[in-house]
Ligand binder design. Sequence first.
Ligand SMILES: [Zn+2]
Length: 77
Amino acid sequence: MKGYVNIPGSIYCRLCRECGARPIIARVSDIGYVVKCSNNDNHYQTMPGLIDIEDWNNHNTITAAPIDFNIKSRLAW
Ligand SMILES: [Zn+2]
């Protein structure tokens, strides 16, 4: 495990859904990189490999709420 790389401010990335921290890029031995919460390893982190900020963004968004609502109302009918 080497050090961490901070994601440049020019790159769009969402904050951790659980604690609001800006994510960091961490190297995982020879496998590759993960994008993860800078505060807590138990918060979401991407699969080791390429730096996948898009995946991080997908898992740290709240836009799923309206979709959940639609599913619920369909189930209610
Ligand atoms: Zn976090």
